[in-house]
Write a protein that binds this ligand. Sequence first.
Ligand SMILES: [Zn+2]
Length: 76
Amino acid sequence: MTQQPDPEPAICSARGCSAPATWALRWNNPRLHTPERRKTWLACDQHRAHLTDFLTARNFLREVVPFDPTAPLDER
Ligand SMILES: [Zn+2]
């Protein structure tokens, strides 16, 4: 019997949202992370601005890229 790994559901990181992710927000908290480290939040079209604003206000946001479901997921 072959055990299939359970794929991480690629859904929006906004609270209560279960829409498929279309954007990846790559961020870094300099107080917790080394400069080259990246955390990733996923966002749907509807929540991209909200999550981007949240990270930008804290100076955490590094880049926003279209979410590629075939790319390996970074830690969140
Ligand atoms: Zn969402």
